[in-house]
Design a binder for this molecule. Structure first.
Ligand SMILES: Cc1cc2nc3c(=O)[nH]c(=O)nc-3n(C[C@H](O)[C@H](O)[C@H](O)COP(=O)(O)O)c2cc1C
Length: 322
């Protein structure tokens, strides 16, 4: 047998340390549900992660309730219940229904389902059930319900593991990301990679047009400022080549910048940014950085690093054709 690489946390007889047993069980991640029933005087509800699907045909589900739960007798007396699968923005709902509050339903908006059991608004899915059978299982009663109606809504589930609430994200090793799914939906998978790069360039350009105009920059002017920054003085020809610009456009732009004092001629036919040109360039970088932060906020760092590698490799390989 291969040696265990992970250090053991706990183990042994569950009866010797029930808390450790419970912690070990908590390593199985679950979703979070609120299970409700109409009750006799008022509706009852508890937060439960013991929910599981049992059978598709007939449609059966199960969950279990602790004998110590204040709602135990109400659930056992009820021939119906509804399972509400909570969404990732419903931690407060889970907390309300796992509390000892006397008015749990005051904390949420709800409506009655087909069986009369409460359905919690904005839950991700519900299963409205008639109770099929009950089984005693140690200190819990296991309820098996037959689903008479279900509903499924857009969104992502609330998760629970190791005693903490969480959200489910795609595992990086599967290579499936939410962004990839969104790209598929937008039909972008059809485009060759270089068309996507060109498309991204046009998008950035269009998105930044407003900022550029507000800062008094033109598209060519921005490129000239970008090209002159952080490098030794350049000739107009070098600038045109480096920034993929037409030589005449560069000349016009340089003339304007020299006239307003943002660029100074130096070393004969070369040009460099002045202090005011550098400040202007800094403002441009600032709004670009803000735009980048907003646009890339949802993309995984590993994906960004990969995209960066591809672009760096592409740009360093590219042969200058003009
Ligand atoms: C994430 C989570 C999952 C829970 N799962 C269950 C469960 O499956 N069964 C159960 O009886 N209690 C479960 N509980 C505990 C009950 O929600 C809690 O005891 C609640 O106060 C019971 O309400 P009541 O005493 O008003 O009936 C869970 C609590 C949390 C936070």
């Amino acid at each position: 047998m291969a040696a265990q690489k992970k250090a053991q946390v706990d183990g042994g007889d569950p009866a010797a340390d029930p808390k450790a047993f419970r912690r070990a069980l908590g390593n199985y991640p679950t979703g979070v549900t609120v299970i409700t029933a109409p009750g006799t005087d008022a509706p009852v509800g508890v937060t439960a992660n013991s929910f599981a699907s049992v059978s598709l045909d007939p449609p059966l589900v199960l969950w279990s309730i602790a004998h110590t739960s204040r709602s135990h007798s109400a659930f056992v007396a009820s021939d119906r219940f509804a399972i509400n699968i909570l969404a990732d923005d419903q931690v407060k709902v889970s907390q309300a229904f796992s509390s000892s509050s006397k008015d749990k339903f005051g904390a949420v908006a709800w409506r009655r389902g087909k069986t009369g059991s409460p359905l919690i608004d904005d839950a991700l899915a519900y299963f409205d059930c008639l109770c099929e059978t009950r089984h005693e299982g140690g200190d819990h009663t296991i309820m098996i319900g037959r689903v008479v109606e279900f509903g499924h809504y857009e969104g992502n589930p609330l998760a629970f593991a190791q005693g903490r609430y969480g959200i489910a994200v795609d595992h990086p090793e599967t290579g499936v990301t939410a962004q990839a799914r969104k790209a598929d939906d937008a039909g972008l998978a059809e485009f060759p990679l270089l068309s996507l790069i060109a498309k991204a360039h046009y998008k950035v350009d269009a998105d930044l047009e407003g900022q550029r105009t507000a800062a008094g920059n033109t598209q060519v002017g921005s490129k000239v400022l970008a090209g002159l920054y952080n490098s030794s003085p350049l000739t107009a020809d070098e600038l045109a080549r480096q920034m993929y610009l037409d030589r005449r456009q560069v000349d016009d732009s340089l003339n304007e910048f020299v006239a307003n004092g943002d660029v100074a001629p130096c070393d004969g036919n070369r040009f460099a940014l002045t202090a005011s040109g550098k400040a202007r360039r800094r403002r441009m970088i600032d709004y670009l950085a803000k735009y980048q932060e907003e646009q890339l906020a949802d993309i995984q760092p590993a994906d960004l690093a990969a995209a960066r590698r591809v672009l760096e490799s592409f740009l360093s390989n590219s042969v200058q054709t003009f």
